[in-house]
Design a protein around this ligand. Structure first.
Ligand SMILES: [Zn+2]
Ligand SMILES: [Zn+2]
Length: 359
């Protein structure tokens, strides 16, 4: 897809049974190259129509997933991701009224490249439900705090007290309980994008951040796996487990008619897991669908996994410890870091009472 806003009226399709459950890993990864897969084999079923897709991220980059679906006039947003620093220039132009008439927001999982723009959307006026799994809702406040601290919401106005002589000045965005104590005559204002605060020696007030996070969390509704729930009078949805991080789901959205009969179906993969994590439950497969919207991050026809990679990792750490060397391990904050810590703990335990990683 081209970078930038892209609207696409999906072509007329015919309904077909989509058997994701019968794809092997290699086939599944091969299909991941394509963001939208139209399943169209002739079955004689009625033609599908009325679905419009607009992408506001995750084009030519792995971050910033935000997908707007308009299903016969019912608007939904799938994921609300922020962009990693190096990808910031790839953020497409986003209209101020992106939330207008949006009936629901769905989160596939808690990674910030799928949730980091929630604060921004709520600031822009989104007031509807945010559907996600229970583990995602449990992790979300931590991720939102990061987004609140480091996100770029354009220039905003912050204030602080001129009587603060500490090196780090706390700035407020709202009249939080601490901000209220500052007399008007002592207030100083700055107009700045919040990601520039820290480099200038400012830090955003914890209470103001809590207020922002609460605004989002008040809209969150948790949904169990494999339970169909009504989104609007003409749409229902269901979550299926995918082994990416705790709480990650695929989302199936189905049209329903006046008497509850199912119509066309859109399946959104979120991020697909590799299935090799020792912590996560297996992929749940969906055996029918009309449209598939799927991640392409690791799209390749070669997937190599040797079962003893974790043991080799522990052995390497043990070797470095014995040689008194330092190891720097870059890792994603959520899930990957915890997996690294888990392997270090295993290594220490296997090393006996020495407290060292002997593996
Ligand atoms: Zn992810
Ligand atoms: Zn404050």
């Amino acid at each position: 897809m081209q970078n930038g806003r892209r609207e696409k009226n999906l072509p007329q399709l015919r309904r077909n049974e989509f058997k994701l459950m019968h794809l092997n890993r290699k086939q599944l990864i091969a299909v991941s190259f394509i963001l939208i897969i139209n399943i169209c084999l002739l079955t004689g079923a009625p033609a599908l129509a009325g679905i419009e897709y607009t992408g506001y991220g995750a084009n030519k980059t792995v971050s910033g997933s935000l997908h707007l679906l308009n299903i016969n006039g019912e608007k939904l947003i799938l994921d609300t991701g922020s962009f990693f620093a190096v990808d910031g220039s790839l953020k497409p132009e986003q209209p101020d009224d992106i939330c207008k008439d949006v009936m629901a927001v769905f989160l596939s999982h808690a990674h910030s490249d799928h949730t980091g723009r929630l604060l921004e959307l709520v600031k822009m006026g989104y007031d509807g439900p945010i559907y996600c799994s229970e583990p995602t809702a449990a992790i979300l406040p931590v991720m939102l705090e990061m987004a609140a601290r480091y996100g770029d919401f354009g220039r905003e106005t912050f204030y602080y007290t001129r009587r603060n002589y500490n090196y780090e000045k706390v700035v407020h965005r709202y009249d939080c309980k601490w901000g209220k104590r500052i007399k008007d005559s002592n207030k100083r204002f700055i107009h700045i994008s919040r990601d520039k605060l820290e480099p200038m020696g400012f830090s955003l007030c914890e209470k103001c951040m809590e207020l922002e996070v609460k605004q989002v969390m008040d809209k969150v509704k948790t949904i169990p796996l494999n339970q169909k729930f009504k989104v609007t009078s003409s749409l229902k949805a269901e979550f299926f487990n995918t082994p990416h991080i705790p709480g990650s789901v695929c989302i199936k959205i189905t049209e329903i008619d006046d008497v509850g009969n199912a119509g066309q179906t859109v399946i959104y993969s979120g991020d697909l897991g590799s299935g090799v994590s020792p912590f996560l439950k297996d992929q749940q497969y969906i055996n029918k669908g009309d449209y598939l919207l799927v991640e392409g991050t690791y799209g390749t026809d070669v997937f190599v996994h040797q079962g003893d990679e974790r043991r080799k990792f522990r052995q390497f750490l043990g070797l470095m410890v014995r040689e008194d060397k330092r190891v720097i391990i870059p890792a994603f904050v959520l899930d990957r870091t915890q997996q690294v810590l888990y392997e270090i703990k295993r290594g220490i335990e296997d090393g006996g009472n020495t407290g060292r990683c002997h593996c």
